[in-house]
Design a protein around this ligand. Structure first.
Ligand code: GDP
Ligand code: MN
Length: 377
C-alpha cells in the first residue's frame, strides 16, 4: 500500500485538474518564513503537518498564521511535533481560503461488490467514520462506462450544490475518477472539499496507490513514507518484513504459515508484532541477515516457525545461530523454535548445540513464546 502524504496527493490532484489552494512544502521554520516573506505562499495561510495519520485539525497539526513571524512560530511548533507516533519532517503551507461549507467526497474500491464506489457527504471536515450513516451517500460505479453524468448529478444533489457549483462538482468528480483509474488508486479522498466564494477547492488530499500496480507507476517507488526505517532496509534487501504493534517477533516461511502463526499467538494471548517471512531461501547468509533485522526491532521473544521445504531446516538453523553470535549479549531475547520438514533432524541438532530447543507441537511452542515474551516485556 503506497499511502501518499497530503502534498503528494495534491500533486496527483493537480495533474488531473482538481482545484487546489496555492501552496508550498517546507522542511524548516526558516524556509517556511521565507516562503511567506517572498509571497510564494499568500497570507494569511494554513500550515499543515505532512504526516499520514488523520485528525490533524483537532491535534494541533494544522495551524493558521497572518504574518511571516506567525508562520515561523507555527512552522517551528508543528515541525517539533511527534504526531501519533510519526515525527513531522515536512509541512505544507497554503493560502487560507474563506470557507462557506465543508464537504466530503471520495472514490474507493468496494471489495464486496468488486466495483469502484463514489462516497459523498455534506458533512465534510470531520472523519467520515464519525458521520451518521444516513448522511453518507454511496454510488456503485460500473467500471466499463466508468463515471457518468448521472452519478455526477446525484453527487451534486446529495451535497446540496446547484447551478455553477453543481457543474464544478461534476468536473471535480470526473477529475477524481480519472486520477483513481489513471494512478491505479485504491482510494482518492477529498475531506474537506470546500465551497469557497468562486467554486470548489480540495483542502485536503488522501491518495492510496494499489500495491499490485506499483510496476506501472515507478515514480511511487520513491515514496516510502509509510515504512519504518527497518522495513525500509528490509525492502532494499528484498526481505519480507513488517513491523506493527506487539512484542513477539515471528519468523516463518510462506504467507500462509506466517498468518497461521500470528493467529495462534494471538489466540494464546500473545501480541505478535514483527513478522518476517523467509519465503523460499536456501542461503544461510540470507537468514542471518533477516534475523539481524529482527533483532534490531528488539522483540521481547522470537518464535521461529518453519516448515522445511525449499527452505531447509538446517539452512534456517545455521543462519539463526550465526546471527545470534552477532547480537550483543545485552540485546538478546528468548527464542522458541519449531522446525519441521526437510532436514529437520540436522536443523534440530544445530539448534540444540546452540542451546535452542525445537518444540515440535505448534500449540506448545507458541505458548512458550507467549510466556517468554510476557516474562521479558
Ligand atoms: P485532517 O484533520 O488531518 O484531515 O486535516 P485537514 O486538511 O482536513 O484540515 C483540518 C481542518 O482545517 C479542515 O477541516 C478545515 O476546517 C481547516 N482548514 C484546512 N485548510 C484550510 C483553509 O485553507 N482555510 C480554512 N479556513 N480552514 C482550513
Ligand atoms: Mn482532512
Amino acid at each position: 500500500m503506497v499511502k501518499l502524504a497530503e502534498w503528494r496527493g495534491k500533486e496527483v490532484f493537480r495533474k488531473y485538474g482538481v482545484p487546489l489552494p496555492r501552496g508550498q512544502v517546507a522542511r524548516s521554520a526558516d524556509e517556511a518564513e521565507s516562503l511567506a516573506r517572498s509571497g510564494a505562499v499568500p497570507l494569511p495561510c494554513v500550515i499543515k503537518a505532512q504526516v499520514l495519520a488523520g485528525g490533524r485539525g483537532k491535534g494541533g497539526a494544522v495551524q493558521f498564521a497572518n504574518n511571516p513571524e506567525e508562520v515561523r512560530a507555527a512552522a517551528g511548533s508543528i515541525l517539533g511535533l511527534e504526531f501519533k507516533g510519526e515525527k513531522v519532517r515536512e509541512i505544507l503551507l497554503e493560502e487560507k481560503l474563506p470557507i462557506a461549507r465543508e464537504l466530503y467526497l471520495s472514490i474507493t474500491l468496494d471489495r464486496s461488490k468488486r466495483r469502484p464506489i463514489v462516497i459523498a457527504s455534506a458533512q465534510g471536515g470531520v472523519e467520515i467514520e464519525s458521520v451518521d450513516d444516513a448522511q453518507i451517500d454511496r454510488q456503485s460505479i460500473h467500471p466499463f462506462p466508468g463515471l457518468t453524468v448521472y452519478e455526477q448529478r446525484r453527487a451534486a444533489e446529495v451535497l446540496g450544490l446547484s447551478g455553477s457549483l453543481a457543474k464544478s462538482l461534476g468536473s471535480v468528480l470526473s477529475a477524481l475518477w480519472n486520477a483513481f483509474v489513471g494512478e491505479d488508486a485504491e482510494l482518492v479522498e477529498v475531506n474537506p472539499l470546500a465551497v469557497v466564494v468562486d467554486g470548489l477547492v480540495a483542502l485536503d488530499a488522501k491518495v492510496i496507490i494499489e500495491d499490485d500496480a506499483a510496476f506501472r507507476h515507478p515514480d511511487y517507488s520513491e515514496v516510502r513514507d509509510d515504512r519504518t526505517p527497518l522495513e525500509e532496509i528490509a525492502r532494499e534487501k528484498d526481505i519480507a518484513f513488517v513491523q506493527l504493534d506487539g512484542n513477539i517477533g515471528v519468523i516463518a516461511n510462506g504467507a500462509g504459515l506466517t498468518m497461521a502463526t500470528l493467529d495462534v499467538l494471538q489466540e494464546l494471548g500473545g501480541k505478535p508484532g514483527i513478522f518476517l517471512d523467509l519465503g523460499g531461501t536456501d542461503d544461510p547468509k540470507k537468514v542471518t541477515e533477516a534475523f539481524l533485522l529482527m533483532a534490531q526491532a528488539r522483540p521481547a521473544a522470537v518464535f521461529l516457525n518453519i516448515f522445511g521445504g525449499v527452505t531447509r531446516c538446517d539452512t534456517v538453523a545455521k543462519g539463526l545461530v550465526e546471527a545470534m553470535k552477532q547480537v550483543p549479549e545485552s540485546e538478546r531475547f528468548p527464542i522458541v523454535a519449531r522446525i519441521r520438514g526437510n532436514n529437520e533432524a540436522e536443523g534440530t541438532e544445530i539448534l540444540r548445540a546452540a542451546g535452542i530447543t525445537s518444540v515440535p507441537q505448534l500449540r506448545d511452542s507458541a505458548q512458550a513464546a507467549v510466556t517468554l515474551a510476557r516474562g521479558n516485556a
